[in-house]
Design a protein around this ligand. Structure first.
Ligand code: SF4
Ligand code: FES
Length: 248
């Protein structure tokens, strides 16, 4: 396959960026999207040019590092798939593909396609933890939790903190990300000690970081590689109301 790429290049956070045209020749349909970028970078390095900066780590869909908007869609065209698991067979010979970074005020561009997502770390540090000693796995297994609740909590725990939900949202809201953690811990006995302080602290931190609010567009759910449902956001809102009443 021969592909035409328009890739966002931005040297530094404080400089203007622009889309730059590249051609990728001899692309195998079996390559992943990131492997295709690796091949472009090898060509750039051979020519003595600056390689395109982009984030990746596991390349197995579990770490949440890869963060590319492909043809306007965070993580690209495949539903429930991270961009590292997107393969070139999804495209046709001669296609033009646009590649951009996440776009949100709270995720400033560091370089090219790399954004600073440390705002998510600060939200988790504000409340996404349990303070009690919960013991090891055998102790966890000894606590009787109804299967339906355990499975719902586990589904919420599947969030990999990639930030695609923020990138897809017109409000740059972090609600789906936050609600996944809040729902997971609100459902389980281990999460009860901080249940009410957690939801308030995490939402306050998200506001301080510059994330927007939720207007129920469901764009986040549509692009989430772990298919976290927006019913988590409804649960988070209920938790917040309970927290307000609890504090009175
Ligand atoms: S909710 Fe989904 S899209 Fe948002 S950070 Fe978690 S895994 Fe990524
Ligand atoms: S590189 Fe880890 S999820 Fe994509």
């Amino acid at each position: 396959m021969r592909l035409h790429l328009k890739i966002w290049r931005q040297a530094r956070p404080d400089t203007a960026g622009r889309l730059v045209d590249y051609t990728a020749a001899d692309v195998s349909p079996d390559m992943s999207f990131l492997e295709m970028l690796d091949v472009i970078n090898e060509g750039l390095v051979r020519k003595g040019e600056d390689a395109i900066a982009f984030d990746s780590d596991c390349r197995e869909g579990i770490c949440g590092m890869c963060s590319l908007v492909v043809n306007g869609v965070p993580h690209g065209p495949d539903r429930g798939t991270t961009v590292c698991q997107l393969h070139m067979r999804r495209f046709r010979d001669g296609d033009t593909i646009t590649v951009e970074p996440w776009r949100a005020r709270a995720f400033p561009v560091v370089k090219d396609l790399v954004v600073d997502r440390s705002a998510f770390d600060r939200i988790i540090a504000a409340g996404g933890y349990v303070s009690i000693n919960v013991g090891g796995a055998p102790d966890g297994n000894a606590i009787p939790i109804p299967k339906a609740i355990a499975e719902t909590a586990m589904d919420s725990a599947a969030c990999i903190a990639c930030g695609a939900c923020v990138a897809a949202c017109k409000n740059a809201s972090a609600h789906l990300f936050m609600s996944a953690k809040i729902a997971q811990l609100a459902l389980l006995p281990q999460g009860q000690p901080e249940r009410y302080s957690r939801v308030v602290a995490m939402i306050d931190q998200a506001d301080a970081e510059g994330f927007g609010s939720c207007s129920n567009e469901a764009e986040c759910e549509a692009v989430c590689p772990k298919e976290i449902p927006i019913s988590n956001i409804a649960r988070m809102t209920r938790e917040y109301v309970k927290a307000m009443m609890h504090s009175r």
